[in-house]
Design a protein around this ligand. Structure first.
Ligand code: 2AM
Ligand code: CA
Length: 260
């Protein structure tokens, strides 16, 4: 992929601008609509921010495709060429109910391979990024990630569905082996918790491609495992059940699943 430095510069400025737009509306109540149900929401801000990114990307890179949560990009049925993944607000339920604990996410892939990943933490106004082969950054500084962690020595992040739905008993057995479970409700922020070493892993029962793609670039760059529950590669064209975990914790989780 050409022009990585220019892309990085542009993406950083767009992420900052998007964050400012959301910040400016922080005191106003968003207009909320249900998508597939009462737990799956979209607001005027999700739409506005995705449209903002689509406009910027299409102006600079008209030949490249955009796979965005709210549908303002392209219909994407394969990952050939350059594909941009856009999640304008990750953690929309938090955005509506809490006005905090959400993120803006963007990923750039080439022929299905992660090249660039960005997660903007709206709580701390920090931009985490990864460029394949170039490392991980917090804002403009290199960001050190732990090399490995064990399941029994740390905390585990989980999507709430795994804790509330009886189909996931095996996952609760894994959770019992840790020091405790943590749930934020934003895949992007949970992935950052893994990256910081605050949790040894994150398991989620239902993540969309744009929830996974940006963080997966970071995981790959940091040597952290990221697969479906069955060990297969994630599929960035549909929903996935995903495990993100440090290598030792990942092996312990997979062993625990196969014991049951
Ligand atoms: P979203 O807010 O961008 O939809 C919540 O546990 C996490 O799962 C969030 O990152 C949320 O992303 C994601 N998620 C994916 N599909 C979802 C759905 N149908 N309903 C709620 N959250 C979903
Ligand atoms: Ca979203």
């Amino acid at each position: 992929m050409d022009g990585i430095e220019k892309r990085d510069r542009l993406i950083r400025s767009w992420m900052e601008e998007a964050a400012q737009k959301i910040q400016q509306h922080a005191s106003a109540d968003p207009v909320v609509e249900e998508k597939t149900g009462r737990k799956d929401l979209v607001t005027n801000m999700d739409r506005e921010i995705e449209q903002f990114f689509v406009e910027k990307i299409k102006k600079e890179y008209p030949a490249e495709r955009i796979y965005g949560e709210e549908g303002f990009g392209d219909e994407v049925n394969d990952l050939s060429g350059i594909v941009w993944f856009v999640d304008p607000i990750d953690g929309t339920l938090n955005y509506v109910l809490q006005k905090e604990n959400f993120a803006i996410m963007l990923g750039v892939y080439e022929d299905g391979e992660g090249r660039m990943g960005y997660i903007y933490d709206m709580n701390t106004q920090s931009l985490y990024s990864a460029i394949k082969g170039k490392g991980i950054f917090k804002d403009n500084e290199p960001f050190a990630v732990p090399t490995d962690q064990k399941l029994s020595d740390g905390l585990l992040a989980s999507s709430s569905l795994l804790m509330t739905d009886d189909r996931f008993e095996q996952h609760r057995d894994v959770a019992k082996k840790t020091l405790g479970v943590r749930m934020i409700g934003s895949a992007g922020l949970e992935i950052l918790e893994v990256l910081k070493g605050n949790v040894v892993g994150y398991m989620a029962a239902s993540l969309e491609p744009w929830d996974i793609a940006p963080g997966k670039v970071m995981m790959d760059e940091a040597g952290i495992c990221c697969t479906q529950f069955n060990g297969e590669d994630v599929n960035l064209l549909r929903k996935n059940r995903v495990l993100f975990a440090y290598p030792t914790a990942y092996r312990e989780m997979m062993d625990s699943f196969s014991e049951n």
